[in-house]
Design a protein around this ligand. Structure first.
Ligand SMILES: [Zn+2]
Length: 115
C-alpha cells in the first residue's frame, strides 16, 4: 500500500508508461519503471499494472475494530469482512492528486497535440 506521496510518484510513472505504450512499446517494457517504483516502496513485485491503481492507502478506511482488516472505504458503515458495525464512519474518499501530477499530464497532452 502506498501513501499519497508514493502513489503520486507511481502515478506519474504509470502515465509515462501509458504514453510509451501508445507509441508502440510493449506493455511489460512501458510500465517497468512504475513496477520498479512500486517494488522500491513496498518490497513487493507486482505484475498486474491495473492493480497498482488500487494500492493506495487513502482509498481505504482504518482497520476494523473486531478483525483488524482495513475498511473498504473511509466512509464504511460496517466491515465487509466480518460485518462489524463502525461506530463513527469517516468521510467519503475523494480522488485528488497534487498539481505535480496534473502538470505532467498536461505536458504529455500538449506534446501529443504538437506531434
Ligand atoms: Zn472486521
Amino acid at each position: 500500500m502506498l501513501d499519497e506521496s508514493e502513489f503520486e510518484q507511481m502515478l506519474i510513472e504509470l502515465m509515462f508508461g501509458h504514453d510509451a505504450m501508445e507509441r508502440g512499446q510493449p506493455e511489460a517494457e512501458a510500465y517497468r519503471s512504475a513496477l520498479d517504483i512500486y517494488e522500491e516502496f513496498t518490497g513487493l513485485r507486482e505484475t498486474n499494472i491495473r492493480a497498482l491503481y488500487h494500492h493506495r492507502i487513502a482509498m481505504y478506511g482504518p482497520p476494523c475494530e473486531r478483525c483488524g482488516k482495513p475498511l473498504r472505504t473511509p466512509a464504511a458503515r460496517f466491515c465487509a469482512a466480518c460485518w462489524h458495525p463502525v461506530r463513527e464512519p469517516g468521510q467519503k474518499f475523494v480522488d485528488r492528486v497534487s498539481p505535480r501530477v496534473w502538470i505532467t499530464f498536461h505536458a504529455m497532452q500538449g506534446r501529443k497535440r504538437g506531434a
